[in-house]
Write a protein of this length. Structure first.
Length: 114
């Protein structure tokens, strides 16, 4: 999940870098920050001593995933990216959401068993 979220953020970076100045300064910076936040929060949570703290950071990462998804939809609607790029990235986000939810469930099992 961590490495896939880094790949997602890098992919978004490389798309946004080619947008117009207006697109980058409005929506671009927001989608870059939200997508960068995903891996950052996963790693911050993993570095914590307690499972409950890890879970909290995973919740924030999941929020950033949904935020990135919203910005992606806006970018498509505003014609800042191709439909092909949108569809591919949207699929990556959906896959990451499922994997992150599974990881959160795993953490919750660890909390109950502790």
């Amino acid at each position: 999940i961590y490495y896939k979220s880094i790949e997602l953020a890098d992919r978004i970076w490389h798309l946004v870098i080619d947008w117009t100045r207006f697109g980058r300064e409005t929506l671009g910076y927001q989608i870059i920050r939200s997508s960068d936040s995903i891996a950052s929060n996963i790693s911050a949570g993993h570095g914590r001593f307690f499972y409950k703290e890890n879970r909290s950071f995973c919740y924030v990462a999941r929020g950033s995933l949904y935020e990135t998804k919203t910005f992606l939809i806006k970018a498509k609607n505003r014609k800042l990216m191709t439909l092909q790029d949108y569809t591919s990235i949207y699929g990556e986000i959906e896959l990451l959401i499922g994997k992150l939810n599974a990881y959160i469930r795993y953490i919750e099992v660890q909390i109950k068993n502790f």
